[in-house]
Design a protein around this ligand. Structure first.
Ligand code: 5RP
Length: 260
């Protein structure tokens, strides 16, 4: 039976499909978290099963690990891998300088560690994540449970210092309980409006005791694959400090596997 996908799911499917071109036999691959990364895991799983693709993967969350195993992908720990050839992950926002907001799915800490241990990080996303300036999406900040309220006060003071005028910081909940990350921490979601200097903000947040990591990924990603619902893709890469854009038209049978 055909699986009916929304336009945005088709776009995510498409971006993830093109990203598989960057994965070759023998590689150690970081697998992201979220709905776009889930398509990647399914595509790679099909390549492992049907085409003999031989890879090992480091998942960025417990749920990605579960999905990878379900789809026949061999997983190892980051310490076993040591260094990864490529990490492919989704994002909540990306700008023209390849800065990202991540952590909407709560996996930002492992995602950043895995991406930083990779030769290359590629973001896969639909067009809705493409922004001129980061900040419309609330910035996830991972904090340890001890002294949570003091940490939040220090974050608020720092944000005021940095000139952020309206502060809306929410402690993330799930099913009426506090959200707990894979590392046993909590997340504060800070809606900041406009983040003019992501580098400066990321640095200042991580300097606060109690903050484990923040969802700003700066100087980590060098390529973004934007999928469109008609199956075409835009590939943006950073080459010698300049953005190079290429577009690829939809390949004929792209949605064949899902009956569309
Ligand atoms: C999880 C993330 C995700 O990559 C981000 O939230 C995008 O998710 P999706 O692909 O479902 O839109 O950072 O922590």
């Amino acid at each position: 039976m055909a699986l009916m996908l929304s336009g945005s799911e088709r776009a995510k499917f498409t971006a993830a499909k093109l990203a598989t071109d960057y994965v070759k036999t023998g590689m150690k691959v970081g697998l992201g978290t979220g709905s776009t990364a889930a398509w990647l895991v399914k595509h790679l799983g099909a390549m492992v099963t049907d085409d003999g693709l031989d890879i090992v993967a480091v998942p960025t969350s417990a749920r990605t690990a579960e999905l990878a195993i379900e789809h026949g992908i061999k997983i190892i720990t980051l310490d076993e891998a040591g260094w990864l050839d490529v990490t492919i992950d989704g994002a909540d926002e990306f700008d023209r300088d390849f800065n990202l907001i991540k952590g909407g799915g709560g996996a930002l800490l492992r995602e950043k560690i895995v991406a930083a241990a990779s030769h290359k990080m590629i973001v896969i996303a639909d067009k809705a994540k493409d922004v001129a300036t980061l900040g419309n999406f609330a910035l996830p900040i991972e904090v340890i449970p001890f002294g949570l309220q003091s940490t939040q006060s220090l974050i608020e003071a720092k944000l005021k210092d940095l000139g952020f005028k309206t502060l809306d910081i929410q402690l993330r909940k799930k099913d009426d309980a506090l959200f707990v990350t894979d590392e046993g921490n909590h997340i504060l979601d800070a809606r900041l409006g406009t983040i003019a200097n992501p580098h400066d903000l990321a640095w200042n947040l991580n300097f606060i005791p109690g903050v484990v990591e923040n969802g700003l990924f700066v100087d980590i990603c060098k390529a973004v694959i934007i999928g469109h619902e008609n199956g075409s893709v835009e590939l943006r890469t950073l080459v010698d400090g300049k953005t190079v854009t290429a577009t690829t038209q939809a390949s004929k049978n792209l949605f064949f596997d899902i009956g569309q």
